[in-house]
Design a protein around this ligand. Structure first.
Ligand code: GRF
Length: 201
C-alpha cells in the first residue's frame, strides 16, 4: 500500500475528493496517511481530522530561509514514511531538494488545461480570471507530475470544462472543481500509487 501525503493550504475540497474516493475503494493501491498544511487555519485540516488522518503544519514564516523550510517538510514526510506526495491547493514553494526526493512521485492539480493559464503567479481564482479575460470557450483541469518547472512536469490527466454565458471567476472555479479537479485527482492518485506498488514487486 503506497503511503500518501496530501499537502494543502486552503479549503481542502480536493483533499475531500481524495478522502471520499479512498472511502469508496477507488484508490486501492494507496492510503492517505498524512495531511500537511502550510498554515494552521486551513479548513483542509478539519477535513483530515474528521477522516481520522494524521495532520501536520509546516509554515514557511516559521523558518529563517527556504532551505530550513524544505528540511522541515522532508523531515515531516520521512517521519511518516511517505512514498508519494499530492499537492492539492498547496501554495508554498517547494525547492528542488524536496521535489528531487519524490521524483515521479509528486503530483499537482492545476485548474486549467496546461499549457494555458499556468506557470508563475497562476493559481486559484487568478487562473479563471485570465481564462475569462482571454475569452476561451473551453477550460478545465490538469494533473501533472511535479518537477522543478512550475506546472511544467509530465501531464498525467486532463479534463475539459465548458465556459458558460455570464460566468464569473467564482462560478467557473466551482464548475472546474466539480466537473474536473475532483474527478481527475483521485484517478491520478491511483495511477501513481499503482505504479509505485508495481515497482516494489
Ligand atoms: C483551487 O483554486 C483549486 O483549483 C486549486 O487549489 C485551490 C484550492 O483548492 N487546485 P482546495 O479546495 O483547497 O482543494
Amino acid at each position: 500500500m503506497t503511503r500518501i501525503a496530501v499537502l494543502v493550504s486552503g479549503g481542502g475540497t480536493n483533499l475531500q475528493a481524495l478522502i471520499d474516493a479512498q472511502n469508496a475503494g477507488k484508490i486501492p493501491h494507496g492510503r492517505i496517511v498524512l495531511v500537511l498544511a502550510s498554515n494552521p487555519k486551513a479548513y483542509a485540516l478539519t477535513r483530515a481530522e474528521n477522516a481520522g488522518i494524521d495532520t501536520a503544519v509546516v509554515r514557511r514564516k516559521d523558518y529563517e530561509n527556504q532551505d530550513s523550510f524544505d528540511d522541515a517538510i522532508l523531515k515531516t514526510l520521512k517521519e511518516h514514511d511517505i512514498e508519494m506526495v499530492i499537492l492539492a491547493g498547496y501554495l508554498s514553494i517547494l525547492s528542488e531538494k524536496v521535489i528531487r526526493a519524490y521524483t515521479d512521485r509528486m503530483i499537482n492539480i492545476h485548474p486549467s488545461l496546461i499549457p494555458s493559464f499556468c506557470g508563475k503567479g497562476f493559481y486559484g481564482l487568478k487562473v479563471h480570471e485570465e481564462a475569462l479575460k482571454r475569452g476561451v470557450k473551453v477550460t478545465g483541469a490538469t494533473v501533472h507530475i511535479v518537477n522543478e518547472i512550475p506546472d511544467g512536469g509530465r501531464i498525467l490527466l486532463q479534463k475539459a470544462v465548458s465556459i458558460e454565458e455570464g460566468d464569473t471567476p467564482e462560478i467557473l472555479q466551482r464548475r472546474v472543481m466539480e466537473q474536473a479537479e475532483w474527478i481527475l485527482l483521485p484517478q491520478a492518485a491511483e495511477m501513481i500509487a499503482k505504479q509505485i506498488e508495481e515497482e516494489k514487486q
